[in-house]
Design a protein around this ligand. Structure first.
Ligand code: ZN
Length: 533
């Protein structure tokens, strides 16, 4: 009988190997239409290794390949480990052959998990190869709420949070699908002041120059406040600064069952042409498709906002302030924030974009505040201005703003009493859809058929979503992993077998907060004809 080899020593030159391992993770994968069973195992030396079973061997072995079980695996191929989703740093993986056996074995200490936590500073410095899935441990310092997004016409959930490591380096963490809702409910119900999350086999992403981690389909595992030595040691080393879990939107802790952007535009909101919007005699909301002709700069394109509360601030006359308080130095410009009811130094530019828009029935103006504008521009106002002052020459537009002209998007707008009573020709935008396939689809549905056809299609999509995995952009495109082997018994573990996963799609972000911003903004456009543009 062959002796046990430690995982570290496995090499491709032969197949008569025998290893004693514990199964950490099992899932099914569909790569380019080929079904395989994938596993990650660990031995008692804390070494992990990837295991792959071709379709023809799945049936024979899947029933005994449960997460948490210890096994002896004998006679297998050792193949090179490659690709964009490497679960372990081991250069090789175990590939089952027809002669491979997998048999019960003595339990390996359940505290041996093969965890290999990375430093967040190494992530930010780009030191890690994103082809390798990584383990991170972090204290959640802020958490958002589950958003429901449309990705490739299917709804998916997304939860964004910020975590920190023991050196107080922060990292954005984005969970998708069931991972998002599971973690949100755990975080909402926690009584722990320090809430620690472990993401195993998570995927690094670089988006617009910023690194983040998230679950990688259904092969990731999320543990919250697990009672394991590594996490207890992590908690010990956290800075003793009293930072605890905070919620990005404290009034909305429960899972938002908000309707998707797609439903909103295709089903729930009345569709109007621009001439119908102008002629409206009642307040309300509607959706429309319009082309941006130009950016109206009468009121500028950004305003200065309070860094604390995001509301508009007004500059003090510093000369007058120095006269009034001769003893005080006043090194920086002070701004009056009406909401904080104080003078603030920390201010930041925020978008306020007025689009001149048209369709084939008429023209009007649409007003977008900061968050919505960012979805269109894909940059923040401060990135564009590089300024901490009020606008000086409103007609000088950054290229990324002028580039928007000519684009056709879907808008959900509010018809308010100012529009009806005071004939204001500027309508506040509540939501925007820039995704070209949705815009195209919207344009192809004639108004009269709108409701029936869209409802039918939505029904089909909904039923698909429950079974089929989402297809993803860029490097995710060729991989689908629709089912994990089993659900864990561990209530703290979030490993879900529905396989609903996705990637960020900034442009379809479902955002309900902008109407509120608009209400608080002092700048109120009035109807005024301009003839020079
Ligand atoms: Zn403020």
């Amino acid at each position: 009988m062959a002796s046990i080899t430690n995982i570290y020593s496995l090499k491709p030159f032969k197949t008569q190997w025998r290893v004693h391992v514990r199964i950490l993770k099992v899932w099914k994968q569909y790569l380019n239409g080929v079904e395989t069973l994938e596993m990650v195992v660990v031995d008692d030396m804390n070494q992990t290794m990837h295991v792959s079973l071709k379709k023809e061997y799945i049936k024979k072995h899947e029933n005994v390949s449960e997460e948490g079980l210890s096994k002896i695996i004998t006679n297998f191929q050792v193949a090179h480990n490659g690709g964009k989703f490497r679960t372990t740093p081991h250069v090789c993986k175990i590939q089952f052959a027809s002669t491979t056996s997998i048999r019960p074995a003595e339990d390996i200490d359940p505290n041996i998990l093969g965890l290999n936590f990375v430093k967040f500073s190494d992530i930010h410095e780009g030191k890690l190869n994103p082809d390798f899935l990584i383990d991170v441990v972090g204290q959640i310092v802020s958490i958002g709420e589950v958003e429901i997004l449309n990705v490739n016409k299917k709804q998916t959930k997304r939860l964004t949070m910020e975590i920190r490591d023991t050196e107080n380096v922060r990292l954005n963490c984005v969970l998708w699908g069931p991972y998002a809702s599971n973690l949100e409910s755990l975080a909402t119900n926690t009584t722990e002041a320090v809430f620690v999350v472990v993401l195993r086999f998570s995927k690094l992403r670089l988006y617009q120059g910023v690194w983040s981690v998230g679950n990688c389909y259904n092969c990731s595992t999320v543990l919250t406040n697990p009672d394991i030595p590594e996490v207890l040691a992590f908690k010990e080393k956290l800075p003793a600064d009293g930072v605890t879990l905070s919620y990005t939107h404290p009034n909305q802790l429960t899972i938002v069952s908000s309707i998707s952007v797609r439903d909103d535009f295709f089903l729930h909101s009345p569709r109007r042409t621009i001439s119908e919007i102008i002629a409206a005699s009642e307040v309300g909301k509607c959706v429309t498709m319009a082309t941006i002709m130009s950016i109206d700069t009468e009121f500028g394109w950004y305003y200065m906002s309070c860094k604390t509360c995001s509301k508009k601030v007004f500059p003090h006359d510093m000369d007058a302030m120095r006269e009034k308080y001769p003893g005080r130095p006043f090194k920086k410009q002070l701004w009056k924030c009406g909401k904080c009811n104080t003078d603030v130094e920390e201010v930041i530019p925020a978008f306020m974009l007025t689009f001149r828009v048209m369709d084939n029935t008429g023209e009007t103006k649409f007003l977008l505040f900061d968050k919505l504008a960012m979805e269109v521009v894909n940059q923040t106002a401060s990135q564009l201005t590089q300024s901490v002052d009020e606008i000086q020459d409103p007609d000088v537009l950054p290229m990324s703003l002028s580039n928007i002209c000519g684009k056709t998007y879907l808008f959900k707008v509010a018809i308010e009493s100012s529009n009806i009573v005071f004939n204001s020709d500027t309508y506040k935008v509540m939501k925007i859809v820039t995704q070209s396939d949705l815009v195209k689809e919207f344009s192809e549905i004639s108004v009269s058929q709108n409701t029936i056809e869209a409802k039918h299609e939505e029904h089909v999509l909904t039923s698909l979503t429950t079974e089929a995995p989402l297809l993803l952009e860029d490097d995710y495109e060729d991989v689908k992993t629709p089912s994990s082997k089993r659900k864990s018994n561990d209530s703290e573990e979030i490993g879900n077998d529905s396989g609903e996963l996705s990637v960020a799609s900034k442009k379809t972000k479902n955002d309900f907060k902008n109407g509120d911003d608009a209400k608080h903004t002092v700048m109120k456009p009035v109807k005024k004809e301009k003839t020079d543009d």
